[in-house]
Write a protein that binds this ligand. Structure first.
Ligand code: FAD
Ligand code: NAP
Length: 363
């Protein structure tokens, strides 16, 4: 049995994002409020013994040993719905969550599943956009990270949410090109049908250990799986899971008007100041002391020693999601830190990966 903790969770209405009602007259609530009610919860982890592993922090990185999987792998469903037998859901809500002056639009959308898509935090779904491609064939599916916890935004395990950036670019002939699926999704109106496949993916499943340190590194819509983790950790009550560790989110976006779910995260921080750390890297507005652009790795570098100490612990789990390319920047700061302890970062990262402590999904 699990229940939502917060009586209501609302989307941003701060200066950094425009009001929902002015952005989307179709759903038009002055302030969108998710009322969450107690509900029956599919108990997904009873078969897995929760193992709490704590290592002493030492000045040397300990060798990683083979351990029981720390992820909630038992009973994780993949590919229940395939392109040949997809699930048809309905759009319940679709709202722009970036400000009007943001470089690009990102939308948060909720689809009905009637509980038929048994996803876990960290998984993705496929979406097959309406229409046909230039060869007259149905469009291929695109993957999207799920942005809601398994309970869903309405707390009844009957919805799935996405966070989608509208792809628009100018090609080499100077023509404006709109990405097929992202535009289909961002334009969806409540009531419209959406063809869904999945769920898929195991890389980004949460660690089982409720005492873990979970470091989340997201750029742009790469925030999606972390919203899902953080709702489970801080906005919900589960009989078999109570987060008692440390969650640390680094989010990189271009402008403050493109900060995603900022108010939700600030609410979590207010409620759980000892369990949640929140750092933003706003690349086009902030710089470091050397005047360098504030990328996520630039922000992390300000906590480098602390992060390195955490990375030596057996129950620290790093998750990275978003732009390909950020991992290289993160490697660059870790290389010199590890070297100070005489450790080869790339070798150590391999060990972390084997121990499921370094988890990356990007595109
Ligand atoms: C596991 C996974 C999870 C994902 N999760 C999310 C998510 O949560 N949210 C999200 O928004 N996206 C996510 N994506 C990306 C998503 O799957 C789509 O790729 C994205 O929405 C674009 O699809 P589209 O149909 O709109 O574009 P398409 O019509 O498929 O066009 C994309 C193509 O356009 C071209 N292109 C793109 N940009 C440019 C450019 N600037 N200049 C020239 N050509 C260009 C490239 O050839 C590219 O392949 C995820 C991807 C993966 C693999
Ligand atoms: N599961 C997945 O695999 C998954 C899930 C969700 C999203 N994604 C992918 O993640 C990407 C997110 O794009 P978006 O348009 O939503 O993001 P966005 O809003 O453009 O934000 C990306 C941020 O990262 C910065 N950045 C650019 N290059 C970087 C680098 N090398 N290292 C660190 N930071 C860098 C950007 O800075 P500047 O623009 O100022 O340079 C910007 O601040 C998309 O490609 C999407 O497909 C993947």
């Amino acid at each position: 049995m699990a229940a939502a903790v917060s009586a209501a969770v609302s989307f941003p209405s701060t200066k950094s994002t425009t009001s929902l009602s002015s952005r989307n007259p179709i759903i038009a609530p002055e302030r969108l409020v998710f009322k969450k009610v107690p509900l029956q919860y599919r108990d997904v982890s009873t078969s897995g013994r929760v193992v709490s592993i704590r290592a002493q922090v030492t000045t040397e990185a300990p060798a990683k040993v083979e351990k029981e999987s720390k992820k909630q792998e038992e009973g994780v469903v993949v590919n229940k719905f395939k392109p040949k037998n997809p699930y048809t859901g309905r759009c319940l809500l679709n709202t722009k969550i970036t400000g009007d002056d943001a470089p690009g639009e990102t939308w948060h959308m909720v689809f009905s599943t009637e509980g038929e898509i048994p996803y876990r935090e960290g998984q993705s779904i496929g979406v097959i956009p309406e229409g046909i491609d230039k060869n007259g064939k149905p469009h291929k599916l695109r993957l999207y990270s799920i942005a809601s916890s398994a309970l869903g935004d309405f707390g009844d395990s009957k919805t799935v949410s996405l966070c989608v950036k509208r792809l628009v670019y100018t090609n080499e002939n100077g023509e404006l090109v709109k990405g097929v699926c992202s535009n289909f999704l961002c334009d969806l109106k409540p009531g419209a049908e959406v063809t869904i496949t999945g769920p898929v993916g195991k890389e980004m499943l949460m660690p089982k250990d409720p005492n873990a340190t979970v470091i989340m590194l997201g750029t742009g819509t790469g925030i999606a799986p972390f919203r899902s983790f953080l709702w489970k950790m801080f906005f919900e009550k589960h009989d078999d899971y109570k987060f008692n560790g440390l969650a640390w989110l680094f989010l990189g976006v271009p402008t403050s008007s493109s900060l995603l779910y900022k108010e939700e995260f600030e609410k979590m921080k207010e409620k759980f100041p000892d369990k949640f750390r929140l750092d933003f890297a706003v690349s086009r507005e902030q710089t470091n002391e050397q005047g360098e652009k504030m990328y996520i790795q630039t922000r992390m570098a300000q906590y480098a020693e602390e992060l390195w100490e955490l990375l030596k612990k057996d129950n620290t789990f790093v998750y990275m999601c978003g732009l390909k390319g950020m991992e290289k920047g993160i490697d660059d700061i870790m290389v010199s830190l590890a070297a100070k302890d005489g450790i080869d970062w790339i070798d150590y990262k391999k060990q972390l990966k084997r121990a499921e402590q370094w988890n990356v999904e990007d595109s």
